[in-house]
Design a binder for this molecule. Structure first.
Ligand SMILES: NC(=O)c1ccc[n+]([C@@H]2O[C@H](COP(=O)([O-])OP(=O)(O)OC[C@H]3O[C@@H](n4cnc5c(N)ncnc54)[C@H](OP(=O)(O)O)[C@@H]3O)[C@@H](O)[C@H]2O)c1
Length: 331
């Protein structure tokens, strides 16, 4: 059987280009013991992948050139030599950017399509949802009545973080990069205020929307937005540092402005986290997210493009802000 794959042919420098990737066609190898052949339905593009495109040490090893780009996906079992899976099962796993993945069954999880649309296993009920949940609940420890600001608020993690904040009884302000996003945040996702960082004065807007200061900042972006935000943090504020997407395509490291004194004067706690460190909380978090989803308190939003060949374009879109909600590619 032939299998189309997207491989990285050049390590991107600065902002990635579609030319850094190509499509190749390979034969799917013979299925071995304990292996499962999965036909991809939805494949994920995620900002963390940019870091793994660099050949330098980080918390995860770099991607290899000219091999299928590793990524999470949801698909249907076509053939199984693992006792836990049968043909037709819907599964979540590290499928990679390809049409068909031959994977050890131990790396797959079965998804119940009757529970929620299967794509949500990559979005609100998957890694981004879990990230928002652990960041808001276990890292920031958001409390009733607090003022919470979320950056990249209209993205996969950000939208869930905003909604979890509302569920916890916080006042939530979202920062995002377009009018469509700020409108959606307020009108569809119930946040209390939204700032368009491309057109609004972020400093003035924060002063107006958070006159008593910011108790919790859920940071997805870093950079200038975060520099300004720090000047609005209240005494005993908490910052959950989830990501720093504004810096992922920079080739030089940025000098942080001198914000350490504010941490002292305002007794602020700043904590970075990785969702993978919260494996113990995973089941409970998924259960609560699922209940909120079924109760209508947690809305899923996905930005889906069609076609395996559009994976690089969809990935690039994360850096120009094309997506509202979870960016996915339907194969
Ligand atoms: N710690 C963890 O375990 C963990 C897990 C998952 C994700 N993350 C991090 O969480 C963040 C969000 O990830 P996601 O998967 O939910 O992606 P996402 O928010 O769905 O997509 C990225 C968004 O970032 C915004 N953005 C891009 N470049 C920007 C810039 N220079 N300045 C400000 N905003 C920018 C864009 O929205 P705008 O239109 O608003 O600019 C874009 O839509 C990323 O930093 C990611 O690395 C961390």
């Amino acid at each position: 059987m032939r299998n189309r794959q997207i491989v990285m042919t050049t390590r991107p420098i600065g902002v990635p280009k579609v030319e850094d990737f190509s499509m190749v066609t390979e034969n799917v190898p013979e299925i071995g013991d304990q292996m499962v052949l999965v036909g991809a339905q939805y494949l994920s593009v995620d900002p963390y992948m940019r870091g793994r495109m660099r050949d330098r040490p980080s918390y995860a090893p770099p991607f290899a050139l000219n091999t299928v780009v590793p990524a999470a996906g949801v698909g249907v079992v076509r053939q199984s030599k693992h006792p836990g899976f049968s043909e037709g099962d819907v599964v979540l796993g590290p499928l990679g950017w390809q049409e068909a993945a031959l994977i050890e069954g131990a790396h797959l999880q079965r998804i119940d399509p009757a529970w929620a649309p299967i794509s949500t296993a990559l979005g609100v009920l998957g890694m981004p949802g879990l990230t928002a949940y652990v960041g808001m609940i276990h890292v920031a420890e958001v409390q009733l009545g607090q003022t919470v600001v979320v950056s990249a608020a209209a993205g996969a993690v950000g939208l869930v973080a905003c909604q979890v904040g509302k569920i916890l009884g916080a006042r939530v302000i979202g920062i995002a990069g377009s009018e469509a996003k700020t409108q959606a945040l307020v009108n569809e996702f119930g946040v209390d205020g939204a700032i368009n960082y491309r057109t609004d004065d972020v400093d003035d807007s924060l002063g107006r929307l958070c006159p008593e200061g910011v108790d919790v900042y859920f940071d997805n972006v870093g950079g200038v937005i975060t520099d300004i935000l720090f000047e609005h943090l209240s005494v005993h504020a908490r910052v959950a540092v989830c990501g720093q997407i504004s810096g992922y395509n920079l080739e030089t490291t940025r000098q942080m402005p001198d914000m350490l004194w504010r941490l002292v004067s305002h007794r602020i706690r700043v904590e970075g986290f990785l969702v993978g460190d919260f494996a113990d909380q995973r089941q409970e978090a998924l259960l609560r997210l699922s209940h909120w989803y079924h109760d209508g308190k947690l809305i899923s939003r996905e930005h889906i493009v069609d076609g395996l060949e559009r994976l690089p374009e969809a990935f690039l879109g994360l850096f120009s802000g094309e997506n509202i909600g979870k960016q996915l590619v339907r194969v």
